[in-house]
Design a protein around this ligand. Structure first.
Ligand SMILES: O=P(O)(O)OC[C@H]1O[C@H](OP(=O)(O)OP(=O)(O)O)[C@H](O)[C@@H]1O
Ligand SMILES: O=c1cc[nH]c(=O)[nH]1
Length: 179
């Protein structure tokens, strides 16, 4: 297995600041906007952006939820390994709100397709946008694209892009893993 660094921690930090500014440009004071981190790994990015927006850009407090999509995946009956669900925590009403899904990697688009179904249990948002740190280009199985992207990456089948977060993996970084 080989592991190549695509983004180091400094580069991740610069990109996070850009994404935070792009969010402010569109959502201003986030009055009717909700961040939703896709479980499990989108939650680290969502928490980081919330903290950055509030502490470094002085936005009012932003509502943040976590959405688990395990049982909404179109392949959940096809897997041999036991499924491990994560927690969904959405303690507010999404009806008529602007929802921003946040995930670390966009690949086939199937996770986001599942998220679009899962969020329906919490009401009807006025709009849903998608923010991802890594957009794996030319890999989509569905017509789903990000509204905000950190970096586009070209990777071939068999390769994997792994995003590490210091809260969980010691250091921020994005790696291309080839078997
Ligand atoms: O666009 P998609 O093809 O749905 O892939 C994107 C998803 O893959 C990863 O999750 P996870 O680790 O659960 O997926 P994996 O099994 O591909 O590693 C990542 O955190 C995204 O949620
Ligand atoms: O490269 C990929 C593809 C799907 N999910 C990831 O986290 N990385």
């Amino acid at each position: 297995m080989t592991q190549k660094v695509l983004l180091n921690s400094k580069e991740v930090n610069i990109i996070l600041h850009r994404l935070a500014c792009q969010l402010i440009e569109k959502h201003l004071d986030f009055k009717d906007t909700i961040l939703v981190g896709i479980q499990p790994r989108g939650t680290f990015l969502a928490e980081r952006l919330k903290e950055m927006l509030e502490n470094e850009y002085q936005t009012p407090e932003i509502q943040l939820g976590y959405l688990d999509i395990t049982f909404f995946r179109d392949d959940f009956r096809r897997t041999d390994k036991p499924l491990e669900a994560n927690k969904t925590k959405i303690n507010f009403i999404v009806e008529n709100k602007k929802v921003i899904f946040i995930d670390d990697v966009l690949f086939t688009g199937r996770s986001i397709r599942a998220a679009l179904t899962a969020i329906q249990s919490f009401g009807r948002p006025s709009e849903i946008e998608l923010l991802v740190l890594i957009d794996r280009r030319f890999s989509r199985n569905l017509p789903i694209q990000p509204d905000y992207r950190g970096r586009q990456v070209d990777a071939i089948n068999g390769e994997k892009v792994k995003v590490n977060w210091k809260e969980n993996d010691d250091e921020d970084g994005v790696y291309l893993i080839t078997n």
